[in-house]
Design a protein around this ligand. Structure first.
Ligand SMILES: NC(=O)c1ccc[n+]([C@@H]2O[C@H](COP(=O)([O-])OP(=O)(O)OC[C@H]3O[C@@H](n4cnc5c(N)ncnc54)[C@H](O)[C@@H]3O)[C@@H](O)[C@H]2O)c1
Ligand SMILES: [Zn+2]
Length: 369
């Protein structure tokens, strides 16, 4: 069943469509600007090989749009100013004009890069996000954060640029690797912990008796996946609508990300995937919350058990402790030199805290393998 979740921003609300086979035989629902005539499609080789791009382009043909395709390199390295410049040039060559659009078909890398190209070309043109990884469907494609990396760090150049729509076709997830699919569950569990206990319950029931090291699709059925995407999208959409610029509530989406970012940064953004780092960071946040006397022991145990059961890491690599604190302190959640953590008073009851370093260090001693 196709469902539409609205991101209810006052000045430019947009739909997030969740379904299976959105680009099938029936004419696809394309929430593009009414006057759009030309479209730049940005994607990557593996997504073409999986057949997803052909279906999206057929839908664009069906809507009578002129389109050009640019494939960017695979992996985090694509979020680079030189690759961005090739997208700007492609926009100019088409040419895209005010009222036209960029369509991003891919994971978070394609979405962040193409979204930033759209944010900046011609002082901003529309972008339609078509996320094809679980992480991108439940997180990266919604909320308008776009950007590229610098040698000095990830996502250091970027803009808020809300898409005109997000099309989450759960059928595209059939071709992502086991590891990339599982990684997305790190963010799904996060939504369960901060807001929607039903996500926890659905996952707990599904993994019961399953082998955490076996293939994730042995227990993650298409129906369950669709329900998890729908619920996660609903949480992200509601939080973004309430706090577009991360002045308050949106910070709760950073559960697990304070230490998670340090793990990613200090392992070179390749060894540990984002969702895996978030899983390790979530364990840290749960235990810091417990050490502060806030998070009940059963909530810590429940969160850790679920992350382990879905096959995500709950302990991380041993890292240089001073380097960890340097990364965490320049993290965007840091305010006034203190490092802020999202911790839980309970499931669906997140709170921001600034714990003493000694408390965090004691937890890190346990969680760094
Ligand atoms: N903007 C945000 O709010 C936000 C939030 C979270 C993460 N991100 C960003 O997202 C990026 C990570 O995104 P990701 O985890 O989706 O990784 P990714 O975009 O690198 O995709 C992972 C791999 O899967 C391939 N792929 C994608 N969809 C496929 C499909 N359907 N079938 C086969 N292969 C497919 C890709 O080509 C790539 O090789 C990071 O750069 C991160 O900074 C952004
Ligand atoms: Zn994340």
């Amino acid at each position: 069943m196709t469902t539409v979740v609205q991101v209810a921003l006052a000045d430019r609300p947009y739909p997030v469509v969740v379904g299976r086979g959105l680009f099938g035989d029936a004419p696809a629902h394309l929430p593009l600007p009414a006057g759009a005539r030309r479209v730049l499609v940005v994607s990557q080789g593996p997504i073409v090989a999986a057949g997803h791009l052909d279906r999206v382009e057929a839908a664009l043909d069906g809507a009578g749009l002129v389109h050009e395709r640019v494939l960017v390199p695979d992996g985090e390295a694509a979020k680079h100013v030189e690759v961005l410049a090739t997208l700007w040039d492609a926009c100019a060559a088409l040419p895209l004009e005010r009222g036209d659009a960029v369509v991003a078909v891919g994971g978070g890398v394609v979405g962040d890069l193409a979204g930033f190209a759209a944010a900046t070309y011609n002082r901003g043109i529309a972008v339609l996000q078509v996320p094809t990884t679980l992480l991108a469907q439940v997180d990266a494609a919604i909320g308008g954060k776009t950007g590229i990396n610098l040698a000095a760090g990830k996502n250091l150049v970027g803009a808020f640029h809300q898409p005109v729509g997000v099309l989450c076709d759960v059928a595209t997830l059939a071709t992502v690797s086991d590891r990339v699919l599982r990684e997305g569950l790190g963010e799904v569990v996060k939504y369960g912990l901060i807001r929607d206990a039903a996500v926890m319950e659905l996952l707990e029931a599904a993994v019961d008796g399953a082998d955490p090291h076996g293939p994730v699709r042995a227990w993650l059925t298409d129906d369950l996946l669709e329900e998890l995407v729908r619920r996660s999208v609903a949480v992200k959409a509601a939080v973004v609508a309430a706090d577009e610029r991360e002045a308050g509530e949106r910070a709760f989406l950073n559960l697990g990300h304070t230490y998670g970012h340090a793990v990613e940064a200090l392992t070179g953004y390749a060894e540990v995937l984002h969702g895996e780092a978030v899983a390790i960071g979530t364990v840290v946040a749960l235990r810091v919350g417990a050490a502060l006397g806030r998070t009940p022991d059963d909530v810590v145990a429940r969160g850790e058990a679920l992350l382990a059961a879905v096959g995500l890491p709950t302990v991380g690599p041993r890292l240089d402790r001073e380097a960890v604190w340097r990364v965490m302190a320049r993290d965007k959640k840091a305010a006034g030199g203190d490092v802020r953590f999202v911790v839980l008073d309970d499931v669906a009851a997140p709170v921001l805290v600034t714990p003493e370093r000694a408390i965090v260090d004691a937890v890190l001693d346990e969680v760094a393998a």
